[in-house]
Design a protein around this ligand. Structure first.
Ligand code: IPE
Ligand code: IPE
Ligand code: MG
Length: 252
């Protein structure tokens, strides 16, 4: 098998279910609006859904879970909503870190740290440091994250190495560039789920999701639960992953 085929298959193709699933947790605001509640309440209920789903991921033996919690483009929202979202992240880490650690969860954070408030950076570092040796589930939090920005950061680091004479440009290929992304050791997502009925990536994991199976579910994120996750996994199991090749013949 060529190197290209090997790297595309990163993100193990297990027949018994996805090893890594990625979540675009969307629809908090619409969930709240439909109930005459403030958007902040939708976000608060979204955190409860997240707790349920992390527990369900444990129970289902999923090894890597990447969640989109704040996008590089979400800065265009009103300051009050950004404040609510950041407040929820602070509270989530303060309240849930000990439980996550006890349950063997390793927290990783991807996205741009520069420009974030110092206390948020300290909390993110603390979560990563405390849980560094845990192996049961990698919880990858995409915070202040945009895929284009991540790829541009990787390109900049490579360009710097070339400019400093530390790298020959001819050595740069997709596998090398992939090693400069924010969490290069995490296998690529097998399954990417977006809630709320929207069918787009919104600048999430565009490199890593090249061969992910995409599942769009109509419910809003605060209503997402283990049953919804199992349904998405069942849909994944019905898909046929080909990675550009031909369908494997079944033995008859
Ligand atoms: C997802 O819900 C949470 C974040 C983007 C942080 P939204 O806030 O996008 O909710 P809708 O899409 O407006 O309903
Ligand atoms: C994507 O949702 C970002 C997160 C879930 C954190 P958005 O609600 O920001 O995406 P768009 O604007 O509808 O594409
Ligand atoms: Mg949205």
């Amino acid at each position: 098998m060529s190197n290209a085929a090997v790297s595309v298959r990163q993100g193990a193709d297990r027949s018994d279910g996805p090893l890594h699933f990625a979540l675009i947790m969307d629809g908090n605001g619409r969930w709240a609006a439909a109930r005459g509640l403030p958007r902040a309440e939708g976000h608060r209920r979204g955190v409860e859904a997240l707790r349920r789903v992390v527990r369900a991921a444990h129970e289902l033996g999923i090894r890597h879970l990447t969640i989109f919690s704040f996008s590089a483009e979400n800065w265009s929202r009103p300051a009050s909503e950004i404040g609510d979202l950041f407040g929820l992240l602070r509270r989530f880490i303060r309240n849930d870190l000990a439980t996550l650690h006890r349950d063997g969860v390793r927290v990783r954070v991807i996205g741009e740290r520069e420009g974030l408030d110092g206390d948020i950076c300290s909390l993110l570092n603390e979560a990563e440091e405390l849980t560094r040796s845990n192996t049961r589930l990698n919880l990858v939090v995409a915070f202040n994250y945009g895929s284009r920005q991540e790829i541009a950061r990787a390109a900049k680091r490579l360009a710097r190495e070339v400019a400093e004479g530390k790298r020959d440009p001819d050595t740069i290929d997709a596998d090398v560039l992939g090693q400069y992304l924010d969490a290069p050791d995490i296998p690529h997502p097998d399954l990417l789920i977006r809630t709320s009925g929207e069918q787009r990536l919104s600048n999430f994991l565009m490199w890593q999701a090249a061969y992910s199976e995409l599942v769009f579910v109509p419910i809003h994120w605060p209503d997402f639960d283990k049953a919804a996750l199992e349904e998405a996994i069942a849909e994944y199991a019905r898909r046929e992953r080909r990675f550009g090749g031909l369908v494997a013949k079944t033995a008859s």
